[in-house]
Design a protein around this ligand. Structure first.
Ligand SMILES: Nc1nc2c(ncn2[C@@H]2O[C@H](COP(=O)(O)OP(=O)(O)OP(=O)(O)O)[C@@H](O)[C@H]2O)c(=O)[nH]1
Length: 101
């Protein structure tokens, strides 16, 4: 919802009709491979070149665990120094983080 603590509009969760929701944030310095990790996991692919992430990229991933539909919000953050000050707001309500280095 616009105007929450993170200042980032949340996507419409209702259409995913999930039993559980999990938020995972991917952190690490620039060019350590955060976006490529996401690409490999979500698309089962890999392209050698990609622009550096600008601020943040959000992904949705759905899976089933113990017969429950689980919606996973994956937050791929930008590692560049100029975006570091934005990270504390991204941690809001995160269940886990993936530290890449
Ligand atoms: N050889 C090799 N190169 C990789 C690997 N992972 C990422 N790279 C390369 O490293 C570069 C940066 O990868 P990204 O995934 O964009 O890095 P990032 O951590 O998301 O960087 P920011 O978006 O700046 O935060 C790209 O050119 C990738 O192709 C890997 O496992 N092996």
């Amino acid at each position: 919802m616009a105007g929450d603590a993170s200042g980032i509009p949340e996507l419409d969760q209702d259409k995913y009709d999930a039993d559980e929701e999990v938020k995972i944030i991917c952190l690490g310095d620039s060019a350590v491979g955060k976006s490529k990790l996401m690409e490999r996991f979500l698309l089962d692919g890999y392209r050698p070149q990609q622009l550096s992430t600008y601020a943040l990229t959000l992904y949705k991933y759905t899976t089933t665990i113990d017969s429950k539909a689980v919606l996973v919000d994956l937050w791929d953050t930008a590692g560049q120094e100029r975006f570091q000050s934005m990270h504390p707001s991204y941690y809001h309500k995160a269940h886990a983080s993936i530290m890449t280095g």
